[in-house]
Design a protein around this ligand. Structure first.
Ligand SMILES: [Zn+2]
Length: 81
């Protein structure tokens, strides 16, 4: 007798909902001077991480992008390696 294994198709990630870190911490705006936080959302090439990988919501991703760009302009964060 063979058992039928059913995989759920609409489950993209591992169990447990991924939530936006800024939403959970109830952060209304992202500080461009907070380099430590900004660097968490940048990859090894100093590029802004994709929303798919970071799990940030659209609203905060846009704020994060402007924050990183401002920090880059002020040379707080490098453009590239
Ligand atoms: Zn958010």
């Amino acid at each position: 007798m063979s058992k039928k294994v059913i995989f759920s198709t609409n489950q993209k990630h591992a169990p447990g909902k991924r939530r936006c870190t800024f939403c959970t911490n109830q952060m209304k705006d992202i500080d461009y001077k907070d380099i430590g936080t900004l660097k968490q959302f940048m990859n090894g090439f100093q590029k802004i991480k994709n929303r798919y990988y970071s799990g940030v919501c659209l609203r905060h991703q846009k704020m994060l992008a402007t924050g990183i760009k401002r920090a880059r302009h002020l040379a707080l964060v490098p453009f590239t390696n």
